[in-house]
Structures are given as structure tokens and as C-alpha cells.
Design a protein around this ligand. Structure first.
Ligand code: FAS
Ligand code: PHB
Length: 397
């Protein structure tokens, strides 16, 4: 019978994604120790292609935490976005409207920065674990058990558990069903996303409504474009040849855009990204605190998923420091309500962007969508509301 190795720490963090690693970093800077437990390999976690847009408050948070140097060098500041429909393209200038923009910086780059920062501070992190289970979350001495990469049983004894394990992790289920409320909204479409070795055909993101379906032109660098197109739910990426993808993108982004052409190039990554909106409340039960996709997921149209995860952590870190270092439970008691206020605002904005820009095939809805877009680009008040939500509110607002 293999002896169980017992490890003691203050905070057991489940998940080495952006939420888990940022939380360990912020806790360490305030003298609270943590151990991170991750069930995928480090190379897998760092290779995932995901988000690209960072709100200005998140950029400030990362910079203040000493994580902003590569972001400052390689991240691209964007003033705003283009909203378009056939024959119309309008730039919404967030900086002019609300005094702040966004940064374009791939989540995979951020994951590398976070991993290196944690290495430099000797962060304890178990990768490639299995059988993660949470215990005694309603007591002051909760624990997490798992088998390490070599299959050896480990029990992590802590004073709090942070569930940063994404939408498929075990933390969510560790809040009793009698306590837990879940809210879910499905969408009848998904995105087919590509990475292509071709310079972007635009300086800032283009969100395009088109009768054949939505398209988004984003980017990762001066040499790599990131593009998405609306596809039916359940689409298999193998159904789309590279030529069909480029043809659809060229139509949806280019129709009626005189003098503009979409540059094509070799596609080196493509995947179908499902759409779902999900919120779980509360985001705290006893000594279990949930952050990031473990508590909520939003469709990517509003570029909110990653930003919400960081906003949760920006609230959770000081709450845990106050509770565990200073014995003051007030921020921890307020964490769930404070986090959920921003979660629902971002969920609403993601729903608004998604339902405004994705075609349903219903001509009546198409007229409403086109009108919504026209009103947004022709009314300063409406454009300001969009800018405020997309560029993001101050964290804690
Ligand atoms: P994550 O899911 O990133 O991390 C959770 C971690 O927990 C993972 O590493 C997982 O392996 C680990 N874990 C799970 N179960 C575990 C267990 N039992 N034991 C131990 N560890 C466990 N957001 C945007 O803003 N824009 C986008 O374009 C965008 N595109 C996306 C594309 C895809 C395919 C996906 C899945 C998400 C996308 N998102 C996007 C959202 C995404 O960026 C998330 O919001 C962000 O990764 C959330 O970070 P975390 O909460 O840390 O969760
Ligand atoms: C991206 O660059 O991956 C991206 C940008 C904006 C979105 C979604 C994804 O709304």
C-alpha cells in the first residue's frame, strides 16, 4: 500500500490556467503561500490557442503585479474596433469615447509569462495529476487529494481551496446542489477559428455582420492573423477546406467594402469553438472559492472570458490575504456578490454582441440586427455604452 504524501500549504489552487497562476502570483506577493494542482501537462496548458483581447484594467493589473514587461513590448494597443455590415464599416474609437482602449496579446503568451514568473519564485505546481478530489470544504481545514504525475497519492492540506479548474473541473460540483444555482444559455451556432501565417488585412479588429454569417478579423502579430467565422452548432472542422474558409471570410468581411481585400495565407491552426453562456452562484462555499471559467463561461464575441477570470482573481487574492493573514473575513464574505456583479455585466455584454452580430436566417431578426448596428455607430451614447463594456470597467466596479 503506497503511503500518502501529505503536503501543507495555505491555499490549494486547482488549475494552472490563467486564473490559477495569476492567483498564486498575487497571493505570493502578499506573503500567502499556495500550491497549484493541474491535470494536464505544462506543455499542453501553454500550447492552448485561446483569447486575444485584454481590457485596460487587466493590463494595469498585470503591470502592477510585475507581469507586464513582454506585454508592453509585444502587446498591441488598440483604440477600438470596426463594426460592419455589407457596404458599411465604422470605427468605434474607445479611447475617444471613454478614454481607454484594449490590448491585443495572445492568451498563450500570457500563460508563458505567468509560468515563467511562478518558476522564478519557486512556485510549487503539480502538473499531469489525476483523480483530483476536494474534501471538507465546509471546514477551516479543507484538502485536495490527487495522484501525482508518477501516480503517487498526495493529500494537499490547506486553509482554503481556490477552484480555478475551468468549466470541466471538479470544483463547481463541490458546491452542494442544494446551495448551487446555475444559469445556462445555449446558442445555435459556433465559431470556426483559424490562425494563418499572413499579415492582418486590418489595423484593428473587424466584427462583421453578414447574411451568410458573422466573421471576425483579429490578429496575433504583424505576421499572424486570427480569424473566425460563424458555423452551425455541431460543425466538424474537417467539413471546411482551407479554400472554403478563405472564401467565406472574404465574402463576409469584404462584400460592399470597396477597395478592401482580405489577404490569404497558409492556415496553421483551425478549430471549432462552441458557444455557451453559463453562470454558477455562489462563487464561494465555506473555504472553497471559485474563479474564472470554473464559475462562468461566456461566448467569445465580447472578448470577456479571460478578462473575467482575471477580474475574479483580482478580487479573490486580497480576500484570501485578509482572511488567512489578517483574520478579517469581510472581503471573503463579499467575494461572490462582488464577482457576480461583473460576471453578469460581462455576460449581458457578450449576449448583446452575440445576438446583434450572428445571423439566424430570420429576415425580421436581420433587419433588427442591422438597425441595432446602425443605431450604435450613429449615436454617441450607444457607441459610448459599447466602448465602456468592451474596453472594460475598473476592476471591482
Ligand atoms: P482555464 O480553462 O483556462 O484553466 C483551467 C485549468 O484547470 C486547465 O488548465 C485545466 O486543465 C485545469 N483542470 C481542469 N480540471 C482539472 C482537474 N480535475 N484537476 C486539475 N486541474 C484541472 N476567451 C476570450 O476572451 N476570447 C477568446 O477568443 C476565447 N477563446 C477561447 C477558445 C477556447 C477553445 C476555449 C476553451 C476558451 C476560450 N476563451 C476565450 C475563454 C478562455 O480564454 C477562458 O476564459 C480562460 O481560459 C479562463 O481561464 P481559467 O478560468 O484559468 O480556466
Ligand atoms: C481573438 O483575437 O482571439 C479574439 C478577439 C476578439 C474576440 C474573440 C477572440 O471577441
Amino acid at each position: 500500500m503506497t503511503r500518502v504524501q501529505t503536503v501543507e500549504t495555505e491555499v490549494a489552487i486547482i488549475g494552472a490556467g490563467p486564473a490559477g497562476l495569476l492567483l498564486s502570483h498575487l497571493l505570493a506577493h502578499d506573503g500567502v503561500e499556495s500550491v497549484v494542482v493541474e491535470h494536464r501537462s505544462r506543455s499542453h496548458v501553454e500550447s492552448r490557442i485561446r483569447a486575444g483581447i485584454l481590457e485596460s484594467a487587466v493590463v494595469e493589473l498585470l503591470d502592477k503585479a510585475g507581469l507586464g514587461s513582454r506585454l508592453a513590448e509585444e502587446g498591441q494597443p488598440h483604440r477600438g474596433i470596426y463594426l460592419q455590415w455589407p457596404g458599411h464599416r465604422h470605427h468605434v474609437d474607445f479611447v475617444e469615447l471613454v478614454g481607454r482602449g484594449v490590448h491585443l496579446y495572445g492568451q498563450s503568451e500570457l500563460q508563458l509569462d505567468l509560468g515563467r514568473a511562478r518558476d522564478a519564485e519557486g512556485q510549487a505546481c503539480y502538473y499531469a495529476v489525476s483523480g483530483t478530489a476536494l474534501h471538507d470544504v465546509e471546514t477551516d481545514l479543507p484538502s485536495v487529494s490527487f495522484a501525482d504525475a508518477e501516480g503517487r497519492p498526495v493529500r494537499l492540506e490547506a486553509r482554503a481551496i481556490a477552484g480555478c479548474d475551468g468549466k470541466h473541473g471538479p470544483s463547481r460540483q463541490s458546491i452542494p446542489a442544494s446551495v448551487r444555482s446555475t444559469f445556462e444559455l445555449g446558442y445555435p451556432f459556433a465559431w470556426l477559428g483559424i490562425l494563418a501565417a499572413v499579415p492582418p488585412s486590418t489595423d484593428e479588429l473587424i466584427y462583421a455582420w453578414h447574411p451568410e454569417g458573422f466573421a471576425l478579423h483579429s490578429m496575433r502579430s504583424a505576421a499572424v492573423s486570427r480569424l473566425y467565422l460563424q458555423v452551425p452548432v455541431g460543425t466538424d472542422v474537417a467539413e471546411w477546406s482551407d479554400e472554403q474558409i478563405w472564401d467565406a471570410l472574404a465574402t463576409r468581411l469584404g462584400e460592399g467594402q470597396t477597395g478592401w481585400e482580405l489577404e490569404r495565407g497558409p492556415i496553421f491552426d483551425k478549430a471549432v469553438l462552441p458557444f455557451q453562456s453559463f453562470v454558477m452562484a455562489p462563487m464561494r462555499h465555506g473555504r472553497l472559492f471559485i474563479a474564472g471559467d470554473a464559475a462562468h463561461t461566456v461566448p467569445p464575441t465580447g472578448a470577456k472570458g479571460l478578462n473575467l477570470a482575471f477580474a475574479d482573481v483580482a478580487l479573490l487574492a486580497p480576500a484570501l490575504v485578509s482572511l488567512l493573514r489578517d483574520g478579517d473575513p469581510r472581503l471573503a464574505d463579499a467575494y461572490s456578490d462582488s464577482a457576480l456583479r461583473r460576471v453578469w455585466r460581462s455576460t449581458y455584454f457578450s449576449w448583446w454582441m452575440t445576438t446583434t452580430l450572428h445571423t439566424t436566417g430570420d429576415p425580421f431578426v436581420s433587419e433588427l440586427q442591422r438597425t441595432q448596428l446602425e443605431m450604435t455607430v450613429s449615436s454617441r451614447a450607444r457607441a459610448t455604452a459599447l466602448a465602456e463594456s468592451y474596453a472594460g470597467l475598473p476592476i471591482g466596479a
